[in-house]
Design a protein around this ligand. Sequence first.
Ligand code: AMP
Length: 433
Amino acid sequence: MASTFKTIEGTFDVLPGAAVAVHRVEAWQEVERGIRAVMHRFAFEEIRTPILEPTALIARGIGQLTDIVSKEMFSFERGRTSYVLRPEMTAPVVRAYLQHHLSQRPGAARLCYLGPCFRAERPQRGRYRQFHQFGAEILGVTDSRADAEIILVMMAIYEELGVTGTDLRINTLGDEHSRPRYRQALQAYLEQFKGDLSPISQERLARNPLRILDTKVANERELLQGAPKLPDYVDKHSRAHYEALKGWLDDANVRYTEDPFLVRGLDYYTRTAFELEHAKIGAQSALAGGGRYDLLASAIGSRHPVPAVGFAAGLERLFLALDAAGVTLPGRQPVDVWVVAMGPDAERQAFSLVQACRRAGLRTGSDWSGRSLKAQMRLANRAAASYVVILGERELSSGQVQIRQMRTGMQTAAPMNTIVTYLQSQQNASAIT
Ligand code: AMP
């Protein structure tokens, strides 16, 4: 048996100081901080739901015929229960909203999230089996301003992090009656050209013809040019909602294009649907998507409909977009102080000094392997320490230690009992950089 294990295909580790930002923990921390700051400013509150959910929630919420439910779920049985590693967060958030009666709190629920999701897809650039989604949902509001705000918070996150070159497309899917009517018309139209469709599209034609609108196959895209257009099937109220939404987006100076073929792969959307793309991140170009899902709560058992709208975005793809925009993200965080000790007495005192520095708020490291002075200095350098405190047997006998400022190389002797105060004052004066 092989003695070393590796990450599963389509998953990856995130390490301190890794060369590539998407694999570097400091970069993740910075990006997560940025996302949360914008969410906070838009008055969203964070919700954290379990990674494990009942399979039926996802199946009923997202729809049996979707790709996610029909072939991408990591699900398993335990006893009589079927569990799924959540493939997305909207259905879980709505479950939590219903379970905890959040509708009884005054006002709308404005919830945001960030966490891992799982889909058994074929891994490729920008597509993983474990990936991370962040998103926001407004539950309890029918007004188109809620749709606009969801789009605004999404756009603000990319903009603030420095992503450029995004492309927002919007559409309206109409109400629960428009979609089946359109589905039928599209099916009837494409049926005439069935022989020209790819095997995948032929299969979709019967089960889920709207998915064919996403096709990348050139001759199918050409065929679609003559196909019935969704907006022609949309009811009056949905149309008015859509016009109002466009007005809000115009007021907020958000640029968008209308795409009558945009339907999104999930079943639960009504009225608004949108997608944010980036041309320079490869074949998996969708950064984020979302829309209004007024039917979802009822689909998962709510006795009352809950009007709701939200977006979900992929964090790994945000990293691709940040890279395309040339944004640099932080690397390993330097320490303030590195304590070097030579000999048993010094080592004992060093251990206490390290803890005293930390109590004083200094980021402090040391190595406990009894290495040579040179080797310990190398470690201090690797940790990018601002100051190194050197405790040698000789210095200690006189109650003195050496402090070296690494940037300048200046070294001075100082009494042991003044070290913490000295370093702290340096930090307070922002001298520790
Ligand atoms: P969806 O709801 O399927 O449109 O997913 C929302 C966003 O999550 C997409 O726009 C992607 O950015 C991201 N995403 C979805 N599936 C994956 C995946 N397998 N790997 C990485 N990111 C994904």
